[in-house]
Design a protein around this ligand. Structure first.
Ligand code: FES
Ligand SMILES: [Fe+2]
Length: 367
């Protein structure tokens, strides 16, 4: 399976960014042992509700902090203390910052060398997200947030867990530029298309008349960093947001999730509103499933054999590559790239969508 270095994305093996590591409801059920970015991680929710993500192994003797279900300290509910966690082996206590602050059988200060790495985590729209930076830096930007999520009529999604796929996430991100697959793969050939690069966002606007459904479709899709796609889609009298998330598990292996969020007609949403959201998510999953099937079975495209009339795959890859480079260089690269890019000999979207405020509820972030 092709790896980051094969694609020449940058010096790092894994990119900076926000990435889903669990669904919030999974974490409500108790501490989780997870693996992303080629490392074992311990995820738990503190008593304040705060999610905490640490490197998995206790410095004392290497015990996985969240993989024991049978230790008495776990079974008795004493493992989590405030927002700290005790190791199931000898009960050393780790704070959410990864420092040991209590050893039950030791007087005096705890060894500083016992500290393990703690990662920034956010609970956003039913998803637990981590900030990953190979250099251990603080977040460069915040995760995306759709303001309507807090509206009393909002019908919240439950994630489709798509599992692991033996493909580097660059091949999933290629989709942002892929104007020419919309007809053959999805039966929705577009009449207009463009990409825009905007710092840590890459945007795709496309749409047209879909004969098969006898309706006009307009979509505006954006990645916030390389791990989180949201797509606003309007057709007939439906407006919805689709989520497609990818998180590297190993170099060249990716885990993916999918969901759809929309507004109901009632506050709180009625059974009918919920059924409509579930139907929309199932329909979107079917459409996305066709991409997923292709990704599962394709060989790696180390280089795209790009035609002039393809979408700008190479630009999207360059943008993705910026997250595999040291932060300053990555930011400088993205600043150079900022702007709209059209497809050769292909119409761009009518500006009226933007003028009418179609994008006014996009690009929000957790504040
Ligand atoms: S191995 Fe964790 S406290 Fe001993
Ligand atoms: Fe697609």
């Amino acid at each position: 399976m092709a790896k980051a270095a094969d694609y020449g994305l940058g010096p790092e093996t894994f990119p900076r960014g926000w990435f889903i590591v669990a669904e919030s409801s999974e974490l409500d059920a108790g501490p989780m042992a997870v693996r992303y970015f080629g490392r074992d991680l311990a995820l738990y929710r503190g008593q304040s509700g705060r999610p905490v993500l640490l490197d998995a192994y206790c410095a004392h003797m290497g015990t996985h902090l969240t993989a024991s279900k049978s230790a008495v300290i776990v079974r008795s509910g004493a493992q989590i203390e405030g927002d700290s966690i005790r190791c199931p082996y000898h009960a050393w206590r780790y704070g959410p910052d990864g420092h040991v602050d209590d050893i039950p059988y030791h007087d005096g200060p705890c060894p500083k060398s016992a500290s393990i790495r703690s990662y920034p985590v956010r609970d956003v729209m039913g998803c637990v997200m981590m900030w990953f930076d190979p250099a251990g830096g603080e977040p460069e930007f915040e995760p995306p947030f759709i303001a309507a999520w807090n509206d009393p009529k909002a019908v919240h999604w439950k994630l489709d867990h798509l599992g692991m796929i033996d493909i580097h996430n660059i091949e999933i991100l290629d989709n942002m530029a892929d104007v020419r697959h919309l007809g053959p793969t999805h039966g929705a050939p577009c009449e207009y298309f463009e990409n825009e690069f905007r710092d840590h966002l890459v945007i795709q606007r496309q749409g047209g008349f879909i004969g098969f459904y006898n309706t006009h479709l307009h979509t505006a899709t954006w990645y916030t960093g390389p791990g989180l796609l949201l797509s606003k889609q309007a057709f007939a009298d439906t407006v919805m947001f689709e989520l497609i998330a990818n998180t590297p598990v190993e170099d060249g292996v990716t885990k993916a999730w999918h969901a759809v969020f929309m507004m109901g007609k009632n506050a709180p949403p009625s059974a009918e509103d919920i059924a409509a959201q579930q139907a929309a998510q199932a329909g979107a999953l079917e459409a996305f499933g066709t991409d997923f099937e292709i990704w599962k079975n394709k060989r790696s495209a180390i280089k795209v054999m790009q035609l002039k009339t393809d979408g700008p795959f190479n630009s999207v890859r360059k943008w993705v590559g910026s997250f595999y480079q040291p932060r300053d260089q990555g930011q400088a690269l993205r600043e150079q790239m900022n702007g709209v890019q059209a497809v050769h000999n292909f119409p761009q979207p009518p500006r009226s969508y933007q003028e009418q405020g179609f994008e006014s509820d996009m690009f929000g972030s957790l504040s």
